[in-house]
Design a protein around this ligand. Structure first.
Ligand code: 8Y7
Length: 277
């Protein structure tokens, strides 16, 4: 199960770690500390050295209640960082964006993956992603970031999430993105209660039958605060626990803040699987 990310080929039958690089002034757990391109590069360099296969560059906060960002503002934040990482590091650059302008520009600058929490539903996003000829990560979200955590309800959670994702796969394939360039993400925390998130993590392995590599992000999220009672800066152990579970259930990409620690967990899971072959 190989995927070509702008020339870098990764074996997604193994589990990879993606390091989060927020270039927003208001990100909830990094506080926008990586805003300047040189500071962002330093952070990215460390995550690559720590074992990240991907660096996910994001210029729009999806935190509930976060101020919307103009396309120009997002371009101004993201592009210089994509450019400098491309020049300096050997890694796959993922762009966390819903904006067609950012997709187009980042692809030109050498990005290797489009990570869109809105699954290419924004006006023009689908066309931009097709033109970019890059793999895409499609994520399930119920509602929009501002309101998504207001009493989300599902009749059959796994069916609804899987159904939504397969509908998006159909649309995206028909528009011209080949099946072998699509990753799927259940969208932990995006319109889900703690119980929903746990049910999805529990059934993650069953989502493999959708036929696409699975992408997950749970690092430091509020579901872990709810379980442990800990503030965001104290959620590393819980984040490693859920990353380990996701790796054991067959996730191909795990998006995290703490690459070094997560890599150790992923290596333990890989060693265990190898021993059982
Ligand atoms: C996810 C994500 C975020 C996720 C994918 C946070 C950008 C919120 N979460 N992308 N982005 N999946 N694909 O707390 O779960 O990191 S932002």
């Amino acid at each position: 199960m190989q995927m070509n990310f702008a020339g870098k080929i990764l074996d997604l039958s193994r589990c990879h770690v993606m390091g989060i690089l927020n270039v927003t002034p208001d990100s909830f757990s990094d506080g926008g500390r990586f805003n300047r391109p040189d500071v962002a590069l330093q952070r990215a360099r460390q995550m690559v050295a720590d074992g990240a296969s991907f660096i996910d560059v994001g210029g729009e906060s999806t935190r509930p209640g976060a101020a919307p960002v103009s396309a120009q503002e997002e371009l101004d934040r993201v592009c210089p960082v994509v450019e400098v990482i491309r020049r300096e590091l050997d890694t796959v650059i993922s762009v966390d964006t819903s904006s067609p302008d950012v997709m187009r520009e980042a692809a030109t600058l050498g990005a290797g993956l489009i990570n869109d929490v809105r699954s290419l539903t924004r006006e023009g996003a689908l066309e931009a992603a097709v033109a970019a000829e890059l793999p895409v990560a499609l994520m399930h979200m119920k509602g929009e970031p501002g309101v998504m955590q207001e009493r989300p309800e599902y009749r059959n959670l796994l069916r609804e999430v899987s159904g939504f994702l397969m509908d998006r796969v159909r649309v995206v394939e028909r528009a011209g993105i080949p099946a072998d360039r699509i990753l799927l993400d259940p969208g932990f925390g995006f319109g889900k209660t703690l119980e929903h998130n746990l049910e999805l993590l529990h059934s993650l392995e069953r989502m493999k039958i959708l036929g696409h590599p699975l992408f997950v992000g749970m690092s430091r999220k509020s579901m872990l605060g709810q379980i442990t009672g800990r503030e965001v800066e104290e959620r590393l152990p819980a984040s490693i626990a859920v990353a380990t579970i996701a790796a054991m259930k067959g996730a191909s990409v795990i998006r995290v803040h703490d690459v070094r620690e997560t890599m150790d967990a992923v290596r333990v899971v890989a060693a265990l699987e190898e021993a059982g072959q």
